[in-house]
Design a protein around this ligand. Structure first.
Ligand code: UD1
Length: 418
């Protein structure tokens, strides 16, 4: 397995452009089979979660091409409605396919989903919502099997604003008979992107970005070409990297409204932030103050996908920080690896108590999940001496070129094959 070798201690300077958002592209790919016509999704990042989703689409009978960074999906011949356990096990987002498959074929089956090992990640909200739309669900041999001739619009109230459940309901309700209302919907910018994409295909959806989404079922959807939003989590990762290392970095493609609380927290650390349209510029002396408290919350709160990176930052800031992870219960697997580098962090349940130390030292550390892996890379960039970050398969799920982007900013990082 590949590893990164990082010689830490260099400041970061320069400009980079964020890739297209993983968490937008995945549901868009799931949505692409809602029509028999051609769909083009532009500037899709070459990450392994995308390749896995494309394998799922092909398994369903769709023809999928990659052309100059775009992905072109033709699903006229699609006919399969069951996603094998090998593929669902690799990618949790395959659960979105239930909504799309039900809309297109009236039936769908998939094994229980996989993805990052960061907690229980149940799918009860998805399944209860599908039942509200009239779907019959049975479990057989580890597969969730769903049937419905034509779904009927319904009022669905989510107990928690789940991103995936909100997207799945949109995909299931887009051609259902009548009106579906989702209250307590997730408000993440990726939900707005999915609404815009579905509307470009002829759907009638309004309200994404607020907690109530209204979907008027339409009788047909057509092909579309769509450029999804840029990756706010990737952008946030580089901003935190610059905060840790010191320097001045501009990230292009993501507006401040997508990162909300992160920018506030970085200012609290002592960084200077300037935003203009879709550019965010950060400058950092590298000598930071701890955040008193960071608590992950659904959007517009502090994103759980930046929790690990923020903990890495606080590990070498002055003072103490309390980090509270409210979304996923086992999202601190990277902490023992940071401790190998000299961090002083104690985890109790959903909380991590960070006592900032004056600096970390290089070590050999292993990625256990996607964002935890990114946090280890950032910690290594700020540490004194050489680090090895092992097992890049998790990082490859979400960052198309973490090494190249960081090199552009002046980091001493190289990818070494096993
Ligand atoms: C999406 C993102 C992921 C991000 C997360 C939260 C994608 C592909 N992934 O994941 O990067 O970390 O949002 O911002 O977009 N839950 C239930 N029952 C359900 C569904 C969810 O209890 O049926 C719980 C989960 O266990 C978790 C919380 O709701 O505690 C948030 O999950 P959710 O918003 O659904 O996250 P994902 O869509 O899986």
């Amino acid at each position: 397995m590949d590893k990164f070798v990082i010689d830490g201690g260099r400041r970061l300077y320069g400009s980079i452009r964020a890739q297209t958002a993983k968490n937008s592209v995945l549901p868009l790919l799931a949505a692409s089979i809602l029509t028999e016509q051609q769909v083009t999704i532009r500037e899709v990042p070459p990450i392994s979660d995308v390749f896995c989703m494309v394998r799922i689409l092909r398994e369903l009978g769709a023809t999928v091409h990659f052309r100059e960074g775009d992905v072109i999906i033709e699903s006229a011949d699609a006919g399969e409605h069951c996603i094998s356990s090998a593929l669902t096990g690799e990618l949790r987002s395959s659960v979105f396919m239930l909504g799309s498959l039900l809309t297109r074929f009236g039936r769908a089956a998939c094994a229980y989903p996989g993805g990052c090992d960061i907690g229980l990640r149940p799918i009860d909200l998805h399944l209860n919502a599908l039942k509200r739309l009239g779907v019959s669900i049975r479990e057989r041999d580890g597969y969730i099997c769903c049937f419905c001739d034509r779904m009927k619009g319904a009022e669905i109230a989510l107990d928690f604003p789940s991103v995936g459940a909100t997207e799945n309901i949109m995909l299931a309700a887009v051609k259902a008979e009548g009106r579906t209302t989702i209250s307590g919907a997730a408000k993440e910018p990726e939900i707005v992107d999915l609404q815009n994409f579905l509307c470009a295909m002829g759907a009638k959806i309004a309200g994404a970005g607020t907690d109530t989404i209204v979907i008027e079922g339409v009788s047909s959807l057509h092909g579309a070409e769509y450029l999804p939003m840029k990756d706010r989590i990737e952008a946030g990762t580089y901003l935190i990297g610059c905060a840790i290392c010191g320097g001045e970095v501009e990230v292009e493609g993501v507006g401040s409204d997508c990162l909300g609380l992160l920018l506030h927290k970085l200012r609290e650390n002592g960084c200077k932030i300037h935003t203009k349209n879709d550019k965010i510029r950060i400058s950092s002396s590298g000598r930071l103050k701890c955040n008193r408290r960071i608590e992950t919350m659904p959007f517009p709160g502090f994103p759980t996908d930046l929790q690990a990176q923020a903990t890495a930052l606080n590990a070498t800031a002055e003072g103490c920080a309390l980090i509270v992870e409210n979304l996923f219960e086992t999202r601190y697997k990277y902490v023992p690896e940071l401790i190998k580098m000299g961090a002083d962090i104690e985890v109790k349940g959903r909380s991590a108590f960070v006592r900032g130390v004056s600096g970390l030292h290089g070590a050999s550390v292993t990625c256990g999940d996607l964002r935890g892996g990114a946090a280890l890379v950032l910690a290594a960039l700020g540490a004194e001496g050489v680090s090895e970050v092992l097992d890049l398969t998790h990082i490859d799920r979400g960052y198309s070129d973490l090494c190249g982007q960081l090199k552009k900013l002046g980091a001493e990082i190289k990818r070494v094959g096993a």
